[in-house]
Design a protein around this ligand. Structure first.
Ligand SMILES: [Ca+2]
Ligand SMILES: [Ca+2]
Length: 289
């Protein structure tokens, strides 16, 4: 599989409007539109909406689901199905940091006939990629479960092609790899424990009651220390601190679906693993990535 296109979201997000010109067929544009008195136009989100110009006319691309997303950004313009008309791959975001992007494919099927399609696997915190599968441009999406109250650790890689006007899933597979921990706490173990604390923002209190406490020697002095963890409902995550016999309370401000202890050490304290692969290290004061 050869990556021949990789699109940087950030550059597109920094522009006030995206206008990607197709070599053939329709021209897609994401922009903010208001009426002359500043009111929202019918069927728009009030922010970035998607328009297409084709054969001298301009159309708003609309569905009730699509309208829910505040910001639509054209990330790829490419003839996905080889019919001579370019499709647009559009990312859609509700705004804020609550949710990953959803991706839609907009396609001209006939004169004055455009479709807007998505799929349940077309959600990601990362940019969508176009890869070559058997000579056909193929959408590759790396989806990671997260969000309010979500304790799933599922990580999924999906391949989709656009054929005969419809999205077809070639494969959608889970990641079964993770860094092995010595001991670990998972957010799904604490969800619904009845002891959960709800935080709308990062908790600052140092004396919050721990939902779970596990013994281990964090600082290597042969005196037992504690990994103490609380459930963070906002993200369906756990937050853990280490109570060290040498350094006292060492806090970590990372919310993770899984936190474990590793055999490696930094600055005299055992490293922690967050989720599958992120390593949290002791900086002399707190744990940070
Ligand atoms: Ca096409
Ligand atoms: Ca110790």
């Amino acid at each position: 599989m050869i990556h021949y296109l990789r699109y940087a979201f950030i550059a597109l997000c920094l522009t006030t409007a995206t206008n990607v010109t197709a070599q053939t067929g329709p021209v897609f544009e994401s922009r903010i539109t208001h009426s002359e008195n500043g009111a929202d136009l019918p069927r728009t989100s009030g922010e970035y909406d998607l328009y297409v110009r084709d054969m001298g006319e301009e159309y708003l691309i609309f569905s009730e689901e699509f309208q829910e997303y505040a910001k639509k950004t054209v990330v790829v313009v490419l003839d996905l199905d080889g019919d001579g008309w370019d499709e647009a791959v559009v990312s859609a975001n509700t705004g804020g940091n609550c949710c990953s992007d959803a991706f839609f494919v907009v396609s001209k099927r006939a004169e004055k006939f455009f479709t807007l399609q998505t799929h349940e696997v077309l959600h990601s915190w990362e940019p969508i990629e176009i890869v070559d599968v058997g000579g056909t441009p193929t959408l590759q999406v790396h989806g990671i479960s997260d969000g309010v109250g979500n304790t799933s650790q599922e990580e999924r890689l999906s391949l989709l092609q656009f054929r005969n006007g419809e999205l077809v899933v070639l494969s959608s597979v889970e990641n079964n790899a993770l860094i092995s921990a010595n001991i670990e706490v998972n957010s799904f173990e604490l969800d619904g424990s009845g002891k959960s604390l709800s935080f709308s923002s990062l908790p600052n209190e140092t004396d919050l009651e721990a939902d779970v406490t596990l013994p281990f020697d964090a600082d290597g002095d042969q005196v037992v220390d504690k990994l103490q963890c609380r459930y963070w409902e906002r993200w369906g995550a756990v937050m853990c601190d280490v109570v060290s016999s040498k350094y006292g309370l060492v806090k970590s401000h990372s919310g993770c679906d899984r936190i474990g202890t590793l055999s490696s050490s930094t600055n005299g304290m055992k490293d922690l693993v967050c989720n599958r692969f992120r390593t949290l290290r002791f900086n002399g004061k707190t744990y940070e990535e």
